[in-house]
Design a binder for this molecule. Structure first.
Ligand code: F6R
Length: 624
């Protein structure tokens, strides 16, 4: 969704290497992965604001700036917009400049009461140039600046925020307060970056990662005023507030493609490290599993009688995988609920319910709302999240961070594997705490998990076979995916990857469901992936899935079978066998998912699509 960058530098610095515009454009490019349809910048230019904005990509903005440059200013803000109110046009793009060209505002989120506010402002003689809620917020801010806030931009922001409903991040610069940016956040991301004689703001740290790794997380309903040398946080009532400083542990290179054709390709290859890093540092000296971040009283966790996993899309499929493990290890009933369905269902949730919110970005608004709802009902919430300083961990009682590094491609890959890994750690921790498993059993499972990165690497090392299949099937109009037990959510994830980046019909089914309907879809030449459970697991499942392969092959399907090494029972029924290393049943999703990601990436690439930025999708879905 929208990306935001702000920069304030100190004047008269010798050997200056950059001005506001350089930092902002660089930051906006790094934030492109969030998805957007227009871009704009504004800088303080003497006693007014200079700004440029365009529908389209940052490259279109660059073209405008080449023809109509902006001055070397030291204070500025920038924005990439994902249209909500008002289409993606130049006029609706941010910044919105009001107050006779002196005040510029960029905004992420939705001001829900904007139409009432607009009516009130129109009645008082204000005119509007766009259809956006942002211009309403900007006009309100200007109004306060010039009346009751008496030229104090921070005070004006405070008064404005008290009137706004909805979710928003706002950044404002004013030519009459030329040394600062004032920013506010409510249920929408904003992080402060601290440099030497310069400070930054970003929707996430990628917005300023080229300049500093020192960052400060802000709480909800807070306002920050940054100058080149200082920052000050207050809440919406004007009381002083504290941010939480943290150091970013990855560098700009981690957000680059590192020689891969696409971020998606790179991120598929990052997966052994993502799983390994997520497992790091989880054992104490006695070999017990420790989750330092799980700051929930042990007595509360012992009393949990139900677990509800809330998430969307790929993260929800990771939750489905985790459910099998958590129920098996902890013997606690575990449900998985799409976050956007959760609170509207009036779910039965109370103090004995543990809600687990899975999210790569930590900003998915549906999941944020589910977390808030769960906590209102008295449930404890543990987030499993990949993004430090994001909203979901902040809104939760505790967070287990996945250490997958930045995921730039819109289609989630490494976050999925890291989410499963972290959710498994949580399941094992609960099993340990509640005495469902002995220490040696836990250790054995942890060893199995620790062996997975190497096995994932083996799957990746075999990618050429799968890539060739993806390329060969570029003209397929539909691909089906079948799985059972933990292979079922893997099938769903394989189908989702193909839909979102290759734009072809793809569906995942529980293999047992085949005879209840989906088999009617199978005709001559229909490609069907089948994820075969290990013959060493619950054996009847293996033989049932092998029978499914026979059934669909007999009806003309092209069967693409993912089976473990040595499982020769599948050979005679498969058109193609994709081998994955042997692994315990619950670990298989960490392997079987990888060929499906590689297949989708290769097929979409063969069709000539940009796999990193699929149409109509945004990386971070910050509206409900
Ligand atoms: C699919 C995909 C989405 C996300 C979903 C949740 O490849 O990326 O389905 O998984 O939007 O996003 P997060 O994990 O950021 O909450």
């Amino acid at each position: 969704m929208c990306g935001i960058v702000g920069y304030v530098g100190l004047p008269d610095q010798p050997n200056r290497s950059h001005f506001a515009l350089d930092v902002i454009l660089e930051g906006l490019r790094r934030l492109e992965y969030r998805g957007y349809d227009s871009a704009g910048v504004a800088v303080v230019d003497g006693d007014s604001i200079g700004f440029r904005k365009r529908a389209g990509k940052v490259a279109a903005l660059d073209e405008v700036l080449a023809v109509q440059p902006l001055p070397d200013s030291l204070v500025g803000i920038g924005h990439t917009r994902w249209a909500t109110h008002g289409g993606p046009t130049d006029a609706n793009a941010h910044p919105h400049v009001v107050d006779g060209g002196k005040l510029a505002v960029v905004h992420n989120g939705i001001v829900e009461n904007y139409s009432e506010l607009r009516k009130t402002l129109v009645a008082r003689g204000y005119e509007f140039a766009s259809e956006t809620d942002t211009e309403v917020a900007a006009t309100l801010l200007a109004d306060h600046f010039n009346t009751d806030a008496a030229g104090d931009l921070t005070k004006a922001m405070q008064l404005t925020c008290q009137q706004l409903e909805g979710a928003f991040t706002l950044l404002a610069i004013h030519a009459s307060a030329p040394d600062r940016i004032v920013a506010a956040r409510r249920n929408s991301p904003l992080v402060i970056g601290l440099g030497e004689n310069e400070n930054f703001l970003g929707s996430d740290v990628s917005g300023f990662i080229d300049h500093t790794k020192q960052a400060v997380e802000m709480g909800n309903d807070q306002i920050v005023t940054i100058t080149a040398t200082d920052y000050e946080i207050i809440d919406f009532s004007g009381n002083p507030a504290e941010g939480s400083p943290f150091t970013v542990t990855w560098d700009a290179a981690a957000a680059e493609k590192e020689g891969f054709d696409s971020f998606m390709d790179k991120e598929i290859h990052d997966q052994p490290a993502a799983v390994r890093d997520t497992l790091l540092g989880r054992l104490d000296d006695e070999g017990h599993l420790v989750l330092d971040e799980l700051r929930i009283d042990e007595s509360v966790l012992r009393q949990v009688d139900k677990i509800v996993i809330v998430a969307c899309g790929t993260a929800a499929y990771a939750g489905h995988v985790a459910r099998y493990a958590i129920e098996h290890w902890c013997r606690i009933p575990c449900e998985v609920e799409l976050a956007h369905e959760f609170r509207y269902r009036d779910p039965i949730v109370n103090e004995k319910t543990l809600v687990v919110a899975l999210s790569q970005s930590g900003e998915t608004m549906d999941t944020v709302m589910a977390v808030q709802h769960a906590r209102e009902q008295g449930a404890k919430v543990v987030a499993i999240c990949n993004t430090n300083g994001s909203s979901i961990p902040r809104e939760s009682d505790a967070c287990i961070y996945t250490h997958a590094g930045p995921e730039i491609a819109v289609a989630s890959t490494k976050a999925f594997l890291a989410q499963i890994t972290a959710a498994y750690l949580l399941g094992l921790y609960l099993a340990q705490l509640r005495g469902n498993k002995f220490s040696d059993e836990i250790r054995q499972i942890l060893e199995e998990l620790a062996a997975m990165p190497e096995k994932i690497q083996e799957v990746i090392d075999n990618e050429e076979q799968v890539k060739a299949l993806g390329t060969e099937m570029a003209n397929a109009s539909s691909v089906l995916f079948l799985g059972r037990h933990v292979g079922y959510p893997v099938a769903l994830e394989g189908a989702l990857k193909l839909k979102e980046i290759a734009y072809i019909h793809a569906e995942g089914f529980a293999a047992g469901e085949l005879k209840h309907g989906p088999i009617a879809l199978v005709e001559e030449g229909q490609p069907v992936f089948v994820i075969v459970p290990s013959p060493n697991g619950r054996n009847q499942l293996h033989s049932k899935v092998v029978s499914n392969i026979q059934e669909i092959r007999a009806r003309g399907a092209i069967t693409l079978v993912i089976a473990e090494e040595g499982d020769t029972a599948v050979d005679e029924h498969a058109n193609h066998v994709i081998r994955v290393p042997k692994a315990p049943t619950l670990m298989q999703p960490l392997l079987a998912t990888v060929p499906l990601q590689i297949f989708a990436c290769a097929l979409a690439t063969a069709k000539g699509y940009d796999v990193d930025k699929p149409r109509n999708l945004a990386k971070s879905v910050t509206v409900e």
